[in-house]
Design a protein around this ligand. Structure first.
Ligand SMILES: *Cc1c(COP(=O)(O)O)cnc(C)c1O
Length: 427
């Protein structure tokens, strides 16, 4: 091995390579694929023992009459997250790889107190929704992106990789099994929240990559958070605190990013704000709003052409999470609002926001993520200054925010047939 390749293996380039390998389809019909023995171009055999393999799923169904489906309001008001009848679990060990996945009644996990996850935060997760369309169909929204991101997060904390297509199949199966009862056709326009996670379970103290892990998927109620009365109010982070840093892991959905953010968030809540607007560095770069991506719509200065711009933080320094919602907003706006505004992914500071506010150039702002969906922002509080953000004629949302949200909603709930809305057949 040359010196250069050793250096590369220790950097994120090594990770990138593994992600590309495992999120490629197993049989891609390319000329290099040997169809007779299923060997993929990059040498990964189809369904080798130890691969994550959804076709091996063992199913143990719950008694369908044991639990009643609560109404949405009651379920969302509960102290505990209300999960559906079933969950999926898959255990992994370094010795034998992924075991056969199991779909079984929802219930507690069993872990030793010395399990890796409980000490060293070897945990990552995903969040996506299952939607009951107005056409009666069940849909996921771009689940391939969640599966790919989960692989990236998993590898970032030295948990085992997997073929992302297999994770997608497992997610689809859980939704197909519990969809008819828990997201019935009588509730069009509602959703359930899907939470896949991977944790290090090896019962061994000592800071090391776990040799045992567990992947599990739950399906649950989640409150609608996309339209708080009067809009979402953001408070910038305390001066001596950041959410993520260059060279860190803010771009990965690892549990270690979230627990430490609660201190500032709780304080902001006590002051009447919903989320922290996380700034970065002495420059005060705007990054994310809580665990959502953050968008500003403003007019550029006259000296810079005065054009309408939809601005959001870039992905290239890996400070922020590459949100599926963020990406979809960027892609839709670039195509559908092409004549009206420019989509700009760049670093921008809170001082630019303050200046735009002073000059009356702020048009709208919103948070974007699976949980908050597209949530209008009405106020940003920064170091004693309130930046008021227009909320449209209705006082509920600016026009562009509403328009983009409407397009997304139409795709999610089947009012518009679109490749991002992936139909799941109820079982
Ligand atoms: C999950 C998450 C988002 C939103 O990502 P989506 O894929 O749109 O749900 C944004 N920022 C952070 C920090 C997150 O954890």
């Amino acid at each position: 091995m040359t010196q250069t390749s050793q250096v590369e293996d220790l950097t994120s380039a090594g990770l990138e390579h593994r992600i590309a390998e495992q999120s490629a389809p197993l049989t891609n019909g390319s000329s290099k694929t040997n169809e007779t023995n299923g060997v993929h171009t990059n040498g990964i055999a189809k369904h080798q023992p130890g691969d994550l393999d959804a076709s091996q799923l063992k199913v143990t169904l719950a008694d369908p009459n044991a639990r009643q489906v609560p109404d949405e309001a009651a379920a969302c008001a509960s102290f505990e997250t209300v999960c559906t009848d079933h969950m999926i679990t898959v255990s992994w060990s370094a010795a034998s790889g992924w075991a056969a996945p199991e779909l079984k009644p929802y219930g507690p996990l069993s872990l030793m107190p010395t399990a890796s996850v409980l000490h060293y935060a070897t945990e990552c997760f995903e969040g996506l929704k299952a939607f009951r369309g107005f056409d009666g169909k069940l849909r996921l929204f771009r689940p391939n992106l969640n599966a790919k991101r989960m692989l990236m997060s998993t590898l970032r904390i030295s948990l085992p990789g997997f073929q992302t297509a297999e994770l997608e199949k497992l997610i689809t199966k859980l939704v197909a099994v519990d969809g008819a009862k828990w997201l019935p056709k009588s509730r069009p326009g509602s959703f359930l929240y899907i939470r896949p996670s991977v944790i290090g379970t090896q019962a061994a103290l000592g800071v090391q990559a776990p040799k045992e892990a567990l992947l599990f998927i739950t399906l649950s109620f989640m409150p609608r958070m996309d339209s708080p009365p009067g809009g979402m109010r953001l408070h910038t982070n305390p001066e001596d605190m950041v959410r993520a840093w260059v060279g860190g892991f803010g771009y990965a959905k690892v549990g270690a990013n979230y627990g430490p953010s609660l201190l500032a968030t709780n304080e902001a809540k006590a002051r009447g704000f919903q989320q922290i607007l996380w700034l970065y560095g002495s420059e005060g770069y705007c990054t994310e709003a809580g665990a959502s991506n953050f968008f500003m719509l403003w007019r550029a200065k006259d000296s810079e052409g005065g054009k309408l711009q939809l601005v959001t933080a870039p992905l290239d320094d890996r400070l922020i999470l590459d949100g599926v919602t963020r990406r979809s907003v960027v892609e839709l706006a670039k195509v559908r609002l092409a004549g009206e505004l420019d989509v700009v992914e760049r670093k921008y500071t809170i001082d630019e926001v303050l200046e735009a506010s002073k000059e009356g150039r702020i048009v709208e702002a919103f948070a974007a993520g699976t949980a908050y969906f597209i949530c209008p922002i009405s106020l940003i509080h920064h170091r004693g200054v309130d930046v008021q953000i227009p909320m449209g004629k209705t006082g509920e949302s600016g026009n562009y925010t509403a328009k983009i949200k409407g397009w997304m909603k139409d795709i999610m709930y089947g009012n518009e047939q679109h490749e991002w809305g992936v139909v799941v057949n109820d079982e």
